[in-house]
Design a protein around this ligand. Structure first.
Ligand code: SAM
Length: 282
């Protein structure tokens, strides 16, 4: 939805919409997989939209990219090999590579055009793309994980679009079984798990599919994300064995900058709302 001064993403199912005042449209194209738009906004910098859904803005992407990466990385005892499925704007990759212990970060996005547009309109998110530890591939993440070497990955970050179109299969037990096989014994998968306010059905189904794939341990973290529906977002971690203790001291003494994430935010993001506790009480 768009009038001449606003970009709006309407969520008919919830009778809500989110709008940003725009200066102009910078680009649009139909890629092999999705319809991509870039806007220059009045107060949020550039905005990327995929198939009508807000993806990333210059102003607030730090919330999502930091919480999708540092929370899981400081939960793992010693992450070296990281896989990002999706993440084509490269913001998550940049955060992952801030961790000096990470030896390899493979990013698998199905749509190369997302990354090529990010290089033009969000160059700050792409500043680590040439890090020697980074490996960007443009194929279906579902296929790549199916062929991944067993017991080879410490952390899988699923930074995908919503469970529709090419991303639909990234929320299913079959895919999670392949993640299970590719992960090491203390490996962790984390996936953007939509809005706790608007999408509890998706979140619940996702956790059920993870359980069906053999992941017995789950932890959802909560954080604000202004440009996504409701402004309240989540990411869900899952592991084969009980999560290791949060490396609080390492997080508190981190050597890299963040805007939102710190050890206090990490601990706070683990606190479960009452309705959530009730929904997932074992
Ligand atoms: N932060 C955003 C969100 O929560 O909606 C996601 C950002 S990122 C732009 C989402 C990426 O997922 C897109 O670049 C899209 O191409 C990618 N994607 C969707 N389905 C995929 C698949 N099956 N394999 C790999 N990447 C996929």
């Amino acid at each position: 939805m768009l009038d001449d001064q606003w970009f709006s993403e309407a969520l008919a199912s919830d009778g809500s919409a989110f709008s940003l005042k725009i200066k102009r449209k910078l680009h649009e194209e139909q890629s092999e997989f999705q319809f991509l738009e870039i806007y220059e906004t009045e107060h949020f910098g550039n905005l990327m939209v995929i198939d009508g859904c807000t993806m990333v803005s210059t102003r607030d992407n730090f919330l999502y990219h930091e919480m999708m990466s540092h929370t899981v990385l400081f939960t793992h005892p010693n992450p070296k090999n990281v896989l990002i499925i999706g993440g084509g704007d490269c913001g998550t990759l940049r955060e992952v590579l801030k961790h000096p212990g990470v030896e390899r970060a493979v990013q698998i996005d199905i749509d190369e055009r997302v990354t090529r547009l990010a290089e033009i309109y969000f160059p700050e998110l792409c500043e680590s793309n040439n890090d020697p530890r980074a490996d960007l591939k443009f194929i279906d993440g579902i296929k790549w994980v199916k062929d991944a070497a067993p017991n080879s990955i410490d952390i899988i970050i699923i930074d995908s679009t919503d469970p529709v179109g090419p991303a639909e299969g990234l929320f299913c037990a079959d895919f999670y079984r392949d993640c299970f096989k590719a992960l090491t014994e203390n490996g962790i998968v984390v996936q953007q798990s939509e809005s706790p306010l608007l999408h509890m059905k998706i979140l619940s189904e996702m956790r059920g599919e993870m359980q069906a794939a053999g992941f017995d341990h789950h932890q959802t973290v909560f954080f604000p994300q202004c440009i996504y529906p409701s402004g309240w977002w989540s990411a869900t971690m899952a592991s084969k064995n009980p999560f290791a203790a949060f490396r609080e001291q390492d997080a508190a003494s981190k050597t890299f900058d963040t805007v939102y994430y710190n050890s206090d935010i990490h601990k706070a993001s683990l606190a479960m709302p009452e309705f959530f506790k009730k929904a997932f009480a074992k």
